[in-house]
Write a protein that binds this ligand. Sequence first.
Ligand code: KIV
Ligand code: ZN
Length: 519
Amino acid sequence: MGKTERVRIFDTTLRDGEQSPGATLTHREKILIAQQLAKLKVDIIEAGFPVASEDDFKAVKEIADTAKGPVICALSRARGNDIDVAWKAIQGAKKPRIHTFMSSSDVHLKYQFKISRAEALRMSIEAVKRACGYCDNVEFSPMDATRTEPTFLFKMVEAAIGAGATKVNIPDTVGYAQPGEFGKLIAGVKEKVPNIESAVISVHCHNDLGLAVANSLEAVRNGARQVECTINGLGERAGNASLEEIAMNIATRKSFFNVDTGIALKEIYPSSRMVSNFTGIAVQRNKAIVGENAFAHEAGIHQHGLLANAQTYEIMRPEMIGKQSRLVLGKHSGWHATGEVLKQMGFRLSEQQLQQVSERIKQLADKQKIVLEEDIAAIASDVSGQLVKEKQMVVLDELMVSTGNKVKPTARVTVFVDGKKCTVAGEGVGPVDAVAHALQSVLPQKISLKEYHLKAITGGTDALADVVIKVENGSGAVFDAEAINEDVIMASANALVKGINKALSAGNKKVKPEKGGKA
Ligand code: KIV
Ligand code: ZN
């Protein structure tokens, strides 16, 4: 077996990823994502397209000036001014790179640019030379490479390398290629471009036919040594190749690929969560590697095997990507798993009680689709008479909201706070906001709502609402909570109460009460 070669991971979440419809990021979010990408140990961060807007320029510049570790790359069209502006943005980077591109397919040249192949070739050479005048790390992309006549593609790549490009990127811009075909194209670049040894072959695949990862991996098998990808597979239209899938394929099937990446695998899940939270684009539940269900086992037979030995049904350990494994209790779960989950939660049940709990979980799963830990705890404590471990400081007793197009949304909430019953009211921009204000007004310490996500689990107007929130306590600690209900206001109120209880109980553990003050 030959020496293991390194495949460079080029992350374009902040450039192509940000081009995802609806994925706009604030300046601060871009900086935090860049810091997280450095922790993830990507080799290159494509920080943006500086000429596109003042905001893009500023973000690329700040990332270039402050990032430690990865190469910082800026995108530019094959135009003088684009290249000059790209350089201005990244010149402060320890390791700067300019990435310039020009279309190569006839369909782009004829209809979009209205120029000949010869003109495209001339512009590409000029662009690469101009970029090389600024820095010695220059990448060139012939856009729409997979729909370009191969001999012209090879000629363009050769010309770009001749002009000084050290990386040549072959984009499947419209996600048209098939894996075998794309692999052959990369092999062709390696074989037919005479000066290819002077450059690294990169690939950049889009996911229009769901093949971005497969195409990228096939390219690696055929000699590509840089893969362009994004966290959660974000990107134009159906997105780019997903970084987490590329990295985990290479790590899990090491002897098959015989290459390595330098990715810090444990940072994969935190990176995915951060990008999803900042962009507001939820990760599909069953998405490979980072989806909520990726390491969740519900079928009884799987759960039984997993409890005996994780290798029975897991080819990767969730801890590898910085996540916990989960047994999900639902209608397919068996006794083994139910008993195990309850044991982990601190319950000690007889066989008969376990049977009753399993039955009730199945009934609930039929109705509710997802059974949360809190639901299981409530059922188990009901059946066994054992109390749920944590005492709840805030308990919701009654909730009434009024809203409409001619009234200010208000909420009237009755809660027990540390055993004391009180009724409060709140107003807000909507009914959920009104409930949040009412609840906040009775708390012994400031707890603020940081994030609120609402998903409809089932279709139709009777859909179950799944509310996921993040709340922050006075010491800056953040807590997640989730609740499901047929009524969206009730789901929101229950999630808020759960989050508040988590925040309060953490606060009680950490914060020492001052004399005469509240904890
Ligand atoms: O998809 C594409 O072709 C691109 C280029 C700019 C590399 O994003
Ligand atoms: Zn792209």
